[in-house]
Design a protein around this ligand. Structure first.
Ligand SMILES: O=C(O)c1ccccc1NCC(=O)[C@H](O)[C@H](O)COP(=O)(O)O
Length: 214
């Protein structure tokens, strides 16, 4: 029997949404530390939310080209299980972050064409996980969380040395096909369970979880 898909819901900012996500079976919750984002949380907010996340649900801090001062502040205040690097961090920076904080690191690689796949190889020996996302358009305000998908056929037959997650424009109506086409055992989303940018919708979270875990 195939293993159950693991779901990460990103950009959570209320205790209620975290509870709904956890009760529906999410295995990871993500906190966005990026001031331009409608999902941004302060370190204090993230700390208050994180302490109540149920055991067994991993708490992930999403940062974008964060320096050590910011990561020091986040990791010293917020009980975390993983750091997600969603910017243009180099493989060397991934290694540095892992060593400095002693936490697993998930590096995001954005795809728009087969050429981008080579970048995954740069990170699979240094990151603990890879998050394969749609590449953000050059004029986008945000490097992720844009609700855009990419051609899943790019991933057919691909295998990597570390666990990976599929992201980019997933929602309840396409997640089953995305899993079937790519073989993803983990999926990640944000916009697809929102009623407006930054506003999670409990009904959409439940609907997505049912579709992903079916
Ligand atoms: O969500 C944000 O606002 C955000 C800001 C800066 C960097 C990344 C961001 N989000 C990443 C994600 O939420 C997801 O990991 C991924 O990009 C999929 O998002 P979506 O297509 O909205 O499901």
């Amino acid at each position: 029997m195939p293993a159950t898909t693991r779901v990460k819901i990103c950009g959570l900012s209320t205790a209620k949404d975290i509870r709904v996500a956890a009760e529906a079976g999410a295995r990871y919750v993500g906190f966005v530390f990026f001031p331009k984002s409608p999902r941004n949380v302060t370190i204090q907010q993230a700390r208050d939310l994180a302490v109540d996340v149920p055991l067994g649900v991993a708490k992930v801090a999403l940062t974008v080209n964060a320096d050590n001062d910011l990561l020091d502040a986040i990791t010293s205040a917020v009980p975390l299980d993983m750091i997600q690097l969603h910017g243009s961090e180099s493989p060397e920076r991934v290694t540095e972050v892992k060593a400095r904080y002693g936490l697993p690191v998930m590096k995001v690689v954005g795809l728009s064409s087969a050429d981008d796949l080579t970048r995954i190889a740069d990170y699979e020996t240094v990151a603990d996980q890879i998050l394969v996302d749609a590449k953000a358009p050059k004029d986008a305000d945000l490097p992720g969380g844009n609700g855009l998908s990419f051609d899943w056929r790019l991933l057919e037959g691909r295998e990597w040395a570390v666990p990976w997650m599929l992201a980019g424009g997933l929602h309840a109506g396409n997640v089953a096909e995305a899993i079937a086409r790519t073989g993803a055992r983990q999926v990640d989303l944000s916009s697809g369970v929102e009623s407006a940018p930054g506003v999670k919708d409990p009904a959409k979270i439940r609907e997505f979880m049912q579709a992903a875990l079916a």
